[in-house]
Design a binder for this molecule. Structure first.
Ligand code: C2O
Ligand code: CU
Length: 498
């Protein structure tokens, strides 16, 4: 029999612990370190030090409704009935004041992915706030201290793999702008309301039904219900994903009825890519063009040219292109899954490329992390780590027992750090599967190159080291942004000591 997971307990109707009780109860005899509380003076003090600017008001209605994906109408959950939800835009230093009205049939939350924000606005149920019950509302208020491309989504069960996501763009009034237009391009893998719900998918993955061992033999791509086997990628390894999705969306649209971006030939466009997928890395390319990559996870990098970019779940890239004349395919290939989503870019007359076009750029020069360096001004100063935390990425497809250090969902026992430290996280992956690792509340630097990111791909047989400065007191999730790995247990908390 498989163990009762935290999620199935909650869904099974067991009464969830009251939020305040979580930290208190323990069977251990050892006194546990105590950690900064999200609602503490320390958190309020860190927020005050950001010199909060004017508050911009937003309302988000999380609703269940039918949504048109471009010729396919599906029942799903979204912010306000559109996918992605309407973007939130503020200027650097301003406050987001967003009221979430929960009209879903279950509790929800919003996490503001990548923002170094006050801990009590981070949106993690039972860690930074109480869940927002069905029918309730909650107002998130926080300063957005850094410009860049961010996004938001629930941190509740599998809700992210429905249509609940939207961009959060923080503009820098002082940025030297050298583009004419900007377009946000949100990528997603879609099954909700088509082959089942994300909860059905997690159930099947956790029960492991039908999973066969193909013992390293190349049997090609196979599906079994929601499960996918043999998703092989030359970049991510021979297990590029677990979940079969019937559709891939760019800005909420199917390839047959895509979003069409229009511009004049010669226009310089800043593209802001966000991967909102649950289990899919996307390889993006624009036919007939090369990208100049300018930002990783919101932060500027030394510009680098590439034909294609592989974007893990939760990652963002900004790239600038100078548009030629004609009609071009902006393609997002589901890495290893042999399917694609796309949008079109139209600057002149001409036939639209065919629905299934695979532009040559997809197999051209694909950007790698080690080509990228942080822009001057955003590199962390050189410093030896004061503390190193080892996080071994454990688990496998067989048991679907993803965890850190063999301890699934161990949220009540934070890894302790002290404010002011330089902290190194070592993500140790001895398994066969890649994982996009995300840290809340901070933007780390890859130890090798200094590249600033908040979500980073850890390949099979790789140890990735990342450093951050502990300057934002609170309790912060670190987890795999493969939604199903996270829900299976690959999540933990890093806590600032009180
Ligand atoms: Cu987008 Cu906890 O993550
Ligand atoms: Cu993972």
């Amino acid at each position: 029999m498989r163990a009762l997971t935290r999620r199935s307990m909650l869904r099974g109707g067991a009464v969830a612990l009251p939020f305040a009780a979580l930290a208190a109860c323990s069977d251990d005899e050892q006194p546990k370190p105590s950690f900064v509380e999200p609602d503490s003076q320390r958190v309020a003090g860190a927020e005050a030090a950001r010199n909060p600017g004017p508050a911009r008001e937003f309302q988000l209605n999380a609703i269940a409704s039918e949504v048109d994906l471009g010729g396919l109408v599906v029942p799903t959950w979204s912010y306000g009935g559109t996918i992605p939800g309407a973007p939130i835009r503020v200027a650097k230093g301003e406050q987001v004041r967003a009221t979430l009205v929960n009209d879903l049939p279950e509790a929800t939350s919003i996490h503001w992915h990548g923002v170094q924000l006050r801990c009590n606005a981070d949106g993690v149920p039972d860690v930074t706030q109480a869940p927002i019950a069905a029918g309730e509302s909650f107002t998130y208020q926080f300063t957005a201290p850094d410009a860049g491309t961010y996004w938001f989504h629930p941190h509740s069960g599998t809700q992210l793999d429905r249509g609940l996501y939207a961009p959060l763009i923080v503009e820098d009034p002082d940025e030297t702008v050298d583009w004419d237009l900007e377009w946000t391009v949100v990528l997603d893998d879609w099954m909700d309301g088509v082959t089942g719900t994300p909860d059905d998918v997690l159930d099947q993955l956790e029960s492991g039904m039908g999973l066969m061992d193909h013992g390293g033999m190349d049997m090609g791509l196979m599906t079994d219900g929601h499960m996918l086997m043999g998703a092989s990628s030359d970049i991510l390894g021979d297990d590029a994903g677990d979940v079969y999705y019937p559709h891939y969306l760019v800005n909420g649209k199917l390839p047959a009825d895509p979003e069409v971006f229009e511009a004049d030939p010669g226009a310089r466009v800043r593209l802001r890519f966000v991967n909102a997928g649950g289990d899919t890395a996307f390889r993006v390319a624009l036919s007939g063009h090369r990208f100049t990559v300018t930002h990783t996870d919101g932060f500027p990098c030394v510009p680098v040219e590439a034909d294609a970019i592989v974007i893990g779940m939760g990652e963002r890239y900004d790239a600038v292109v100078t548009l030629g004349e004609g009609v071009f395919a902006l393609v997002a290939e589901a890495e290893g899954k042999q399917m694609r989503g796309r949008a079109l870019v139209r600057t002149g007359t001409g036939e639209a490329p065919t629905v299934d076009i695979a532009p040559a750029e997809l197999t051209g020069h694909v950007l790698a992390y080690d080509e990228l360096a942080p822009a001057e001004g955003v590199a962390l100063e050189a410093r030896e780590p004061d503390r190193t935390i080892d996080l071994e990425l454990t688990g496998s497809m067989d048991g679907y027992d993803w965890a850190f250090n063999g301890k699934p969902h161990d949220l009540d026992n934070p890894y302790a750090i002290e404010e002011g430290e330089r902290v190194r996280l070592r993500f140790i992956n001895d398994g066969r599967m890649w994982h996009p690792m995300h840290l809340h509340g901070h933007t780390f630097a890859l130890a090798d190159t200094g590249l600033r990111k908040d979500t980073a791909i850890v390949l099979p047989d790789q140890t990735l080291e990342v450093d951050f400065d502990a300057v934002n007191p609170g309790r912060w999730m670190v987890h795999c942004h493969n939604l199903y790995h996270g829900e299976a247990g690959m999540m933990a908390v890093i806590g600032y000591r009180d």
